[in-house]
Design a protein around this ligand. Structure first.
Ligand SMILES: Cc1ncc(COP(=O)(O)O)c(C=O)c1O
Length: 382
């Protein structure tokens, strides 16, 4: 059968997680927490499921959740979106990104993707008949090469997908990055899809600059977020999109026929849980301790590392130790050291291999400690 996505196979996350299982390895590959959510949140979900909140929610999300999200956006980013027309609750950030791309991209439109990139962006562009234009981030810190981005923009450019804090590198956008982006899209009909799923995970005193907090950029931007990432419940697949009214109207036309609406009792639970800002304001320090612990141990393995600025991923460079491919290294690590990670080449459309691997450190400390012990044997497998 003709395939609309001929280059897409099973994702590397599935491959590495399966390999971790097969070889009894500690799975630091896929990005999900190895611990449970706050019991308070779980109790709220139990409460709303047993009290009969189990039928379809309104298409755009329950008003209580949209209202508290508007307040939270004001509190975190200094802008109060209209909860009725500018916020939609969706089934995960992946859905938000898909709907936003589908809403704006026409056949032949170019969409700029910064690589390494999360894997859902490109298929969404292709399914809309768009043309992905890949721009590499600067290997090392993986900051934005604005000169290259400017070069990639032309009259066919319809949108740009950005991600801060960034998966896989952990890079966090600066105010200067926002300024550069604003000047790039000024006076051009270019939309921005801003993937901010790690908005509440930044380290060393860094601030997450949401595009919704930027007066000029928010007029052209779909901000996509995930409750799954913030509250350690990735399996719930629930997220949100914030965009100006006219953009949101188009977004909802797509969302309406992708999922229509999102799981009802969890929306009620989140609306209640979000009333206490400590529930999301404490997430950065929670993960910073894990980042520090993991970073210190990883330093002793011989890998070259720059501490992650945000997200729950730590990248590591191995090019000075070996010429093998990142995929080969990830496989040897899983099979012989019994620690699974992700080869960063899988975040590039052309599978280029700048010799980085990515670890997820959203795990209990004893699991991280055991993984670090095993990784001390790295030189033996190279
Ligand atoms: C950068 C990035 N965007 C989006 C997602 C997906 O978020 P959700 O599970 O809410 O769909 C992930 C999950 O790994 C991610 O890392």
């Amino acid at each position: 059968m003709h395939s609309k996505l001929p280059r897409i196979g099973t994702t590397i996350f599935t491959v590495m997680s399966q390999m971790a299982k097969d070889f009894g390895a500690i799975n630091l590959s896929q990005g999900f927490p190895g611990f449970d959510a706050d019991p308070k949140l779980l109790e709220l979900v139990a409460h709303f499921t047993t009290k009969g909140f189990n039928q379809y929610a309104p298409m755009s999300g329950i008003p209580e959740l949209r209202e508290i999200m508007a307040e939270k956006t004001m509190r975190c980013y200094g802008f109060l979106p209209d909860p009725v027309e500018e916020i939609t609750i969706v089934s995960g950030a992946t859905e938000a990104i898909f709907c936003a791309i589908t809403a704006v991209v026409d056949p032949g439109d170019e969409v700029i993707l910064l690589e390494p990139a999360y894997d859902s962006y490109e298929p969404a562009v292709i399914l809309s008949g768009g043309i992905p234009i890949h721009v590499d981030l600067k290997p090392g810190e993986f900051s934005i090469d604005w000169e290259k981005v400017r070069h990639a923009v032309n009259f066919k450019t319809k949108a740009l997908v950005i991600n801060t804090p960034h998966n896989p590198s952990g890079y966090v956008w600066t105010e200067e990055d926002l300024k550069q982006l604003a000047s790039l899209v000024r006076d051009r009909d270019i939309y921005v899809i801003s993937d901010e799923v790690y908005e509440h995970i930044t380290f060393d005193g860094r601030t997450h600059f949401s595009l919704v907090g930027h007066e000029e950029l928010r007029e052209k931007t779909f901000v996509c977020g995930s409750f799954g990432k913030t509250f350690h419940v990735t399996g719930w697949k629930i997220g949100y999109c914030i965009a100006p009214k006219d953009l949101m109207a188009e977004f909802r036309k797509v969302h309406q026929f992708v999922t229509f609406s999102t799981v009802t009792p969890i929306q009620y639970a989140l609306a209640e849980y979000l009333k206490d800002a400590a529930h999301y304001e404490g997430v950065s320090s929670f993960y910073e301790k894990k980042r520090d612990f993991f970073f210190e141990g990883l330093k002793k393995t011989g890998l070259e590392i720059i501490p992650a600025q945000g997200s729950f991923f730590q990248m590591a460079y191995f090019g000075h130790l070996s010429k093998i491919s990142d995929r080969e290294l990830a496989e040897r690590m899983t099979q012989q050291l019994k620690v699974a990670c992700i080869p960063v080449s899988s975040f590039y459309h052309d599978k280029q291999d700048p010799k980085f691997i990515r670890f997820c450190f959203a795990k209990e400390e004893d699991e991280l400690e055991e993984a670090l012990n095993r990784l001390q044997g790295l030189s033996k497998i190279l």
